[in-house]
Design a binder for this molecule. Structure first.
Ligand code: AMP
Length: 512
């Protein structure tokens, strides 16, 4: 491991590495190394031939009243810490090497640097972007490693790389935490024993948000209120900000979708700490959550409802539903439907206005409309004619097909109790589509279930199916559909397109 302090030596060292065709990974740090830094080094070691760790306490990223003077520095200890990691070079320049007396060009990041840390620490990201670009120019790494711990910083670097067409690739590594959840940080050394106890409150507030998300809550205002509550429970903690943002623009969101990030900053005594958590489905690894955050793209419009976390959570809930599990001969179409088809076919859940409830036919899974969208069968042909679309592609733009018998459709006799569970899941499934205004109920089985289980009517309260449809071949009503939809919807009752010989006339003119 070479210790290099001058820019010229660093360049010369890398010239050799490059001439030998070796890839170079850079881990930029301010020293005082801990497990968080080392996780970046390990990742660089796995992916690159030569690894450079830079250690430089960058004065340009500290405000005048910040902790530059007392920031912990111990180069000898850091070199010892790095020794087992087969690092090729440690680049540890002094301030004069990086900022000679004449130095006047800075990188000024844009919107990415304005909120949160940027607002609390004016000029901070200007200093970060400047030193990172300098390091990139000196070392020319193929890959640079940054921690999710400083989520906004990683975001600013990402913009820097994209905006200035840098060739370095960015890898973001998950947050390494103490056993009690506190994110490892060089600044934790400032904390007294009592403050160290209190400091876990940042992570606790994030976990509370995650817990709520996993229980199905997605309203940011509710989550933020809870997070503030957790911080407020520790009198020694002084909250600076909490936010839930979309991971691409870093703008606050009203509703949480998979990949959104909860951010928190607070002072514990005089020590300022930050932490964050990518929100996603339960059971997903931290690496996967970062992937989710980095690949989450806004779909269609800013308000688009993107299937992701909600569908995943509902899927898990249905799969682990103990009531359903108690019923034998169980099949779980919602699992495939939610984990695959909804995400594939509905990039924006908000475009669906009409849900069609009725058993798909024929029942064999391979003929399921979503499973084989292009293979036309009797059911799909009749269904498309009923609602006036030419093909599946047109269908999925405004319609979704589902079934009242979501979970137990292979059982020969489905007990009413089991049906009630099915309908509970159906309601939750319909709730995923926020702009649903119309339901089409196909066939007498679905009609009965719909009347009894969704609308809660007894047999005396609704007309028998055959009688209702006798005159026009279909019927409609406007009705308040109870919780969790809780809204007045237009319902069309039709013959099932393939069961029996009677067909309902096309609904096209009524659906407009
Ligand atoms: P610093 O020395 O604080 O500038 O951090 C250097 C790099 O290590 C940055 O990319 C940080 O995001 C990353 N880092 C710091 N703490 C952690 C941690 N607890 N887990 C993962 N990465 C971290």
């Amino acid at each position: 491991m070479r210790l290099i302090t001058s820019i010229a030596d660093m360049r010369a060292f890398l010239l050799q590495a490059r001439a030998a065709g070796r890839s170079v990974g850079l881990v930029p740090t301010m020293g005082s190394l801990h497990e968080g830094h080392l996780s970046l080094v390990r990742q660089a070691r796995r992916q690159c031939d030569a690894v450079v760790v830079s250690i430089f306490v960058n004065p340009a990223q500290f405000g005048p009243s910040e902790d530059l003077a007392r920031y912990p520095r111990n180069l000898d200890r850091d070199l010892e810490t790095l020794r087992p990691f087969r690092v090729d070079a440690v680049f540890a320049p002094d301030t004069a090497e990086m900022y000679p007396t004449i130095f006047e060009t800075y990188v000024v990041p844009g919107e990415a640097a304005k909120p949160f840390e940027g607002a609390s620490r004016p000029g901070h990201f200007r200093g970060v972007a400047t030193v990172v670009l300098k390091l990139f120019n000196i070392i020319r790494p193929d890959i640079a490693y940054f921690g999710q711990k400083d989520f906004q910083q990683a975001h600013v670097i990402r913009r820097l790389i994209e905006d200035l067409n840098l060739e370095t690739r960015l890898v973001i590594c998950p947050i390494i935490r103490e056993p009690d959840g506190l994110a490892k940080s060089s600044r934790n050394a400032y904390l007294s024993a009592d403050e160290r106890q209190t400091a876990t409150v940042l992570n606790r507030s994030l976990r509370r948000a995650e817990e709520l998300v996993h229980s199905g809550k997605s309203d940011s205002a509710v989550l933020l209120e809870e997070m503030r509550g957790v911080i407020a429970s520790e009198p020694r903690a002084q909250l600076e900000y909490v936010a839930i943002v979309d991971p691409i623009e870093l703008e606050s969101v009203e509703r949480v979708t998979a990949g959104c990030v909860a951010l928190v900053a607070a002072r514990i005594g005089s020590t300022r700490l930050i932490d964050n958590l990518v929100l996603g489905p339960p059971g997903v690894s931290p690496e996967m959550l970062i992937q989710l955050a980095l690949t989450a793209r806004p779909v269609a419009t800013a308000q688009a409802r993107i299937p992701g976390m909600e569908t995943e959570i509902l899927r898990l809930r249905i799969e682990s539903c103990r009531d359903c599990a108690a019923v034998s001969s169980i099949r779980l179409p919602p699992s495939e439907f939610l984990s695959k088809y909804v995400k594939r076919d509905y990039p924006d859940l908000g475009t669906v206005r009409v849900a069609i409830i009725g058993r798909d036919a024929p029942i064999h899974a391979v003929n399921f409309l979503y499973h084989s969208p292009d293979s036309s069968n009797r059911f799909s042909a009749a269904l498309f004619e009923l609602v006036g679309v030419k093909n599946f592609n047109e269908f999925r733009r405004g319609f979704v097909l589902t079934d009242a018998l979501r979970c137990h459709c292979t059982a020969p006799h489905v007990p009413d109790k089991a049906l009630a569970y099915c309908v509970k899941h159906l309601r939750e499934e319909l709730k995923l589509f926020p702009n649903l205004e119309t339901l089409i109920v196909l066939g007498d089985d679905a009609y009965l279930q719909f009347q009894k289980l969704i609308l809660g009517r007894s047999e005396e309260q609704f007309t028998p199916f055959g009688q209702l449809l006798a005159e026009k071949g279909w019927e409609q009503e406007k009705v308040l559909v109870p919780s969790p939809l809780d809204r007045e919807m237009r319902i069309f009752y039709c013959y099932h397109p393939t069961y029996g010989y009677t067909r309902s006339p096309s609904l096209v003119s009524h659906l407009a």
